[in-house]
Design a protein around this ligand. Sequence first.
Ligand SMILES: *[C@@H]1O[C@H](CO)[C@@H](O)[C@H](O)[C@H]1NC(C)=O
Ligand SMILES: *[C@@H]1O[C@H](CO)[C@@H](O)[C@H](O)[C@H]1NC(C)=O
Ligand SMILES: *[C@@H]1O[C@H](CO)[C@@H](O)[C@H](O)[C@H]1NC(C)=O
Ligand SMILES: *[C@@H]1O[C@H](CO)[C@@H](O)[C@H](O)[C@H]1NC(C)=O
Length: 575
Amino acid sequence: MTKLVFPLLAALLSVAVAAPSAPGWRFDLKAERSGIVALESIVVSPTLVVFFDRASNDPLQINNHSAWGALWDLQTSTVKPLDVLSNSFCASGALLSNGTMVSLLHQNREASLTTSYLHQASVGGDPDGFPGNPDIRPGTQAIRLFEPCASPSGEGCTLFEDPANLHLQEQRWYPSSIRIFDGSLMLVGGIHEDTPFYNTDPALTFEFFPPKESTPRPSEFLKRSLPANLFPRIFALPDGKVFMVANNQSIIYDIEANTERILPDIPNNVRVTNPIDGSAILLPLSPPDYIPEVLVCGGTQTDTVDPSELSSQTPATTQCSRITLTEEGIAKGWEVEHMLEPRIMPELVHLPNGQVLIANGARSGFAAIRHVQDPIGNSNADHPVLVPSLYTPDAPLGQRVSNAGMPSSGIARVYHSSITLTPQGNFLIGGSNPNVNVTVGEGITFPSEFRMQTLDPPFMFVERPKILNTPEKLAFGKSVTVPISLPANLARSDAKVQVSLMDLGFSSHAFHSGARLVFLDAEISRDGTSLTFTTPPNGRVYPPGPATLFLTVDDVTSEGAWVMMGSGNSPPTLE
Ligand SMILES: *[C@@H]1O[C@H](CO)[C@@H](O)[C@H](O)[C@H]1NC(C)=O
Ligand SMILES: *[C@@H]1O[C@H](CO)[C@@H](O)[C@H](O)[C@H]1NC(C)=O
Ligand SMILES: *[C@@H]1O[C@H](CO)[C@@H](O)[C@H](O)[C@H]1NC(C)=O
Ligand SMILES: *[C@@H]1O[C@H](CO)[C@@H](O)[C@H](O)[C@H]1NC(C)=O
């Protein structure tokens, strides 16, 4: 953060202009619906978001059957179907160092819809395919690629699948995946097969895409964190290691040495991974030291995952736990603080100014579909939380969470919902669907939800700074100058200037795989027309790959510029 050297004229103008009444946060309901349940979402270009549902009876059609992949156009708020060959009831994904989006897909013979209410339940697999949908061939767990798409509306852009050649080493449903320091994808945990409520047939390993060796790496951490360890919350740390939290266990994993360092448990018997989903986020990294801190919020305080002892009315926890990943921080352990309300399946999402949005989820119950006692229809969760909060990381303990001025969404976003920060600077929200099939109609408390909303921060309604142009690629450890424009009222010497380099993450199951915010040292020119910033020193601080660059002046954020951090080479790459 640096001070702006102000032009005198602009300063005088800003004094002369009367301050308009401050705009607030707003939910904006889109006219067009998502067409498929936006169970997973990832921004893949400055204007496009990919959604996945599982193969089901979604209303959006392609080739005379229901679609289960879709492209949302952020410019027009419209959707079109994507042709997906294999079932996408997957897990997560990420953008690689060359800008290609990778998502996992599952191809196997699965339990029939009529007998399965399992949270992993999905359709597909001849002869149990969804009526009206094409047969989905049995096979190994494969990988699906979406190559960088130059067309703003997604013309000609589609998924690439080659299950015979592109697949994982181990079957994994409900794993997590992140881009690491060499631009590859690391996959963690998951489960092999259809299962009850929790992880009964675990994949107790890590692997990489592209692979680093011929077999997956066994993990003691994944064993220790059973049975509620699906969707481990994992983060690439600025030294290249990986922090992981699952159930109430946490570690730092050294990829290069293949060693696990055990960290303190999440306090107070709180568990934070599926089906007891809390969420977790790597707080913004700042130069010069990029000291990593992790925040984990929500989940449930419980000793058991036995669904006969749990109910949709079991209260979630208000607890957030925060740890600084230095020797001193680890010795100190987790610091406990609280949200304004209990939340299961909360979402923690970065704002470009370093605050964290806490959204969605419910006050009681669990993730998954119709397993615990007293389900609400098919929902294991009840009492949705409709009002988001903001978490301010550098405020004093006890004063970090606020929902002052936050509107109510009016729409429950519980199991199988997603939310992502967009390059425009607002949040796109879709889902949920705590039902096996598309289920809508009178009297259904938690139907399949197709209404799309954005949550628009106050800066969307005022004149904003603009990044006018950026190089397509940014090299590590370089000083870069780009042209900008500033509204007159922000061209002040005492304005707070922040430049953030962000990975917007892959939203699935209350976690944003790969989401990251790295602040850059930056300065605005004396005349207010250019911005000079220093890129991160290496791919450990920001794994090489696509990034969105935002300029925030006094909490007014520009639209993001889509850049390639690093060479754009295919993984593995160190530049
Ligand atoms: C869809 O169905 C219509 C009517 O049966 C048929 O004419 C058309 O060829 C089909 N399209 C595809 C892509 O299968
Ligand atoms: C899902 O829908 C299909 C097709 O309408 C139906 O055959 C099946 O019984 C449904 N399954 C459940 C669990 O509702
Ligand atoms: C973490 O979970 C284990 C297994 O249930 C339990 O023994 C341990 O006490 C928990 N740790 C804390 C700090 O609650
Ligand atoms: C990106 O890298 C992946 C993994 O090596 C590869 O499959 C894909 O084709 C590459 N995409 C581009 C655009 O080079």
